[in-house]
Design a protein around this ligand. Structure first.
Ligand SMILES: NC(=O)c1ccc[n+]([C@@H]2O[C@H](COP(=O)([O-])OP(=O)(O)OC[C@H]3O[C@@H](n4cnc5c(N)ncnc54)[C@H](OP(=O)(O)O)[C@@H]3O)[C@@H](O)[C@H]2O)c1
Length: 300
């Protein structure tokens, strides 16, 4: 299949990722990466009906073997990958484990996307864009995080996170320490990799509060309270967005060939700051080193 550009989107079957896949398909061939073949093919058909091109690659990001297979499949396609959007994520309110016993949220949101990105990096041309969809919940000082009684990212180590252990005292809201820590690691890894790989453009985006998405599988009560009540009130309403709008902002970053690297963008596409910890180079490098060590020892 001839194409001068190819974009990869993880989690294109719902919410922000679906809208971003549609938007990106206006610019180039899109490789749709998700865990459900039927859903991927549904999105692929929608893109093809619009006269655009897409391919589907099955990948369960919570499963390292699946990540390995998927990246090998993508590499074998030998397409010029000019953009990788790490969007897929879950926000589980009940702790669960993958087949290896790892915390499902941490495995899906951080370990999988990290391994996926590292496997593809050697095949990305100079100047390629890599974008991680992060979340402001990692920052304990953010007004919305404080009001909700969340504690921000609670990283101890990659190994402890895989065991489902978070720095105490954590949040009383089930699942939120896991989610916030996975997003803390997304952002820390993006910023560390941007310094280590200056030939690429590696950035992160906080997409705003998007109650109209699947919210990463959050349960019905949380979705109702969050979507219909909380996000209409200050301080939440200033971050409220829609998946279409978030996708437009993200797509612009993924396709921009003049953009810099190592920037964290907000839901309006403006530069923002995360927690002070996540901007600390030593912390960023520790997250990357410990994630690599954990993945290589656990999957050796
Ligand atoms: N919505 C918000 O307000 C908000 C705020 C901040 C950050 N975010 C982040 O934005 C990103 C997109 O979230 P969203 O709100 O659009 O959620 P969503 O509608 O639930 O979409 C999540 C996507 O991730 C995929 N996914 C989940 N587990 C996976 C796995 N193990 N392997 C591969 N794909 C998997 C889902 O696939 P299936 O269709 O198969 O389930 C779906 O395509 C996430 O990283 C989320 O943390 C969202």
């Amino acid at each position: 299949m001839a194409s001068s550009n190819t974009y990869i989107v993880t989690g294109p079957t719902s919410g922000i990722g679906f809208c971003a896949a549609i938007d990106l398909s206006e610019h180039a061939l899109v490789i749709l990466v998700g865990r459900d073949r039927g859903k991927l093919e549904g999105v692929q058909t929608q893109i093809e009906r619009r006269g655009r091109q897409a391919l589907s690659v099955v990948c369960d990001l919570s499963d390292p073997a699946s990540v390995r297979r998927a990246t090998q499949e993508i590499i074998a396609l030998d397409l010029p990958i000019t953009g990788l959007l790490n969007n897929a994520g879950v926000m589980l309110t009940k702790a669960s484990q993958n087949a290896l016993g790892w915390d499902m949220t941490f495995a899906t949101n951080h370990l999988g996307p990290f391994a996926f990105t590292e496997a593809l990096v050697p095949y990305l041309p100079d100047g390629a864009n890599v974008v991680f969809v992060a979340s402001g919940v990692e920052d304990p000082e953010r007004p919305t995080v404080k009001v909700m009684g969340l504690r921000g990212g609670r990283y101890i180590s990659a190994e402890a996170s895989a065991r489902g252990e978070w720095q105490q005292p954590g949040s009383k809201i089930p699942g939120m320490d896991a989610y916030a820590t996975s997003k803390q690691c997304n952002l820390a890894a993006a910023l560390a990799l941007s310094r280590a790989l200056p030939r690429l453009r590696i950035n992160a985006v906080e997409p705003g509060i998007n109650p109209a998405t699947g919210l990463g599988g959050a349960n019905g009560l949380l979705r109702f309270v969050f979507g219909q009540i909380i996000t209409r009130l200050p301080p939440f309403n200033r971050y409220r967005s829609t998946p279409e709008r978030a996708a437009r902002v993200i797509t612009q970053i993924v396709i921009d060939t003049s953009i810099g690297t190592g920037t964290y963008y907000d839901h309006n596409g403006q530069t923002m700051r995360g927690s002070s910890l996540v901007h600390d180079h030593a912390f960023q490098d520790r997250v990357v080193a410990e994630t690599r060590a954990f993945l290589s020892s656990a999957t050796a």
